[in-house]
Design a binder for this molecule. Structure first.
Ligand code: FSX
Ligand code: SF4
Ligand code: F3S
Length: 362
């Protein structure tokens, strides 16, 4: 596969060092052994780059911004180097009819071969009129493009689960890609925004093994979303010993104690932020003193709010026992979940489909 990306503004150059560094980071995130790194590098260096059509719907473009303009330039450049980004409204030079021609040309020429990346939720109310591009609704565009793609990557919690647009009362009837697309494999890379390494790892896995990585019941790759934030948090020892920040700015907060009592949702959030971290600074929300708000979970705007109150039902040491109940905090975590997130999450929070690696991934 190859394609023409002359229309794009970016022409990134990736140094060999940066290229290897990015592949090594992705291999580590994927949980692959060192022996697999050459195979990953070989797949990433293949001049036959997969064409990618990147669709923007209801969102803030934070996913693209964090991915391509991150303070970790090697990652952004590597991503642009291993794919042929044929259509992306934010970074392509073409506009108007020229851009739409590029989209139609790509999906026709590479039918069954290109990767479709979707960023943003899709409004379904009133015929989908709340998001239109070039006179077509997001629903129409997705229905046109997704069936012709080899695979769809839903990047960000908006594309995966509807995101902030789908928060109560969800006035536009926003949904995630998996609610509308069937017949084409769809993988969810949620987060608001997600860590670029999760996207890079997903693409490199696809290029190396010719298939998408194993996922949980929510369609999230297990390599990135297989464990809870709480499992690898550097403040976990404080949690276990009952040492908590009681409010922001108090002595416990300044001492780096656990943020559970000021609202951290790490005990019910599946993501690899404590290990993958963000940007060159190697930080993540909890490391800089703010609790996790559960941004990679379905309907987190409803289920994980109020963000600064305790998550209910978590047994904590230090005398409090099991804290609160579903009506006080994380008000919707149990009640609204079924209605808000549909059947994907109906099997219950915490239940995960965990599979081992295939032989070719060891
Ligand atoms: Fe959504 Fe991504 Fe949050 Fe924003 O586009 S996941 S609102 S960071 O940018 O889709
Ligand atoms: Fe870390 Fe939050 Fe768990 Fe505390 S509750 S250990 S801050 S993830
Ligand atoms: Fe999101 Fe929580 Fe990570 S808020 S970025 S999943 S620490």
């Amino acid at each position: 596969m190859t394609s023409n990306s002359d229309e794009l503004v970016m022409n990134p150059e990736v140094s060999r060092r940066g290229f290897l560094k990015g592949c090594t980071m992705a291999a580590a995130a994927l949980g692959l052994s060192d022996a697999m790194i050459p195979k990953l590098v070989e797949a990433a260096a293949n001049p036959q780059k997969p064409p990618v059509v990147w669709l923007h719907f209801q969102e803030c473009t934070g996913c693209t911004e964090s991915l391509l303009r991150a303070s970790h330039p090697d990652i952004g450049r590597l991503i642009l180097d291993i794919i042929s980004l044929d259509y992306h409204e934010t970074v392509m030079a073409a506009a108007g009819h020229q851009a739409e021609e590029q989209l139609q040309k790509t999906i026709k020429e590479y039918e069954g071969k290109f990767i479709c990346v979707v960023e943003g939720g899709i409004p379904t109310k009133d015929g989908g009129v709340y998001c239109k591009i070039s006179g077509r609704t997001a629903m129409d565009i997705l229905a046109d493009v997704a069936p012709k793609a080899a695979a769809v990557i839903a990047i960000g919690s908006c594309a995966a689960f509807g995101g902030i647009q789908a928060a109560e009362p969800n006035p536009t009837g926003a949904v995630g890609v998996r609610d509308l697309v069937s017949g084409t494999p769809v993988i969810n890379v949620p987060g608001c925004p997600p860590n670029p390494v999760a996207f890079l790892g997903t693409v490199l896995h696809y290029l190396t093994f010719k298939r998408l990585p194993e996922t949980d019941y929510l369609g999230r790759p297990l390599f990135a979303y297989g464990r809870k934030i709480h499992d690898h948090c550097e403040r976990r020892a404080h949690f276990d010993e009952g040492r908590f920040a009681e409010e922001f700015g108090d002595t416990g907060h300044k001492a780096g104690y656990c943020l559970y009592k000021v609202g951290c949702k790490g005990p019910e959030t599946y993501n690899n932020c404590p290990t993958a971290r963000f940007n060159d600074a190697g930080v993540w929300p909890v490391s800089v003193g703010h609790g996790c708000i559960g941004c990679s979970e379905p309907a987190f705007w409803d289920m994980m709010s109020p963000f600064y109150e305790r998550l209910p039902g978590v047994p904590i040491p230090g005398g409090d026992g099991i804290v609160a109940s579903a009506e006080s905090t994380g008000k919707k975590i149990l009640g609204v979940a079924g209605a808000a997130i549909g059947i994907h999450a109906a099997v219950g929070i915490g239940k995960r489909l965990v599979k081992g690696k295939s032989d070719d991934e060891k």
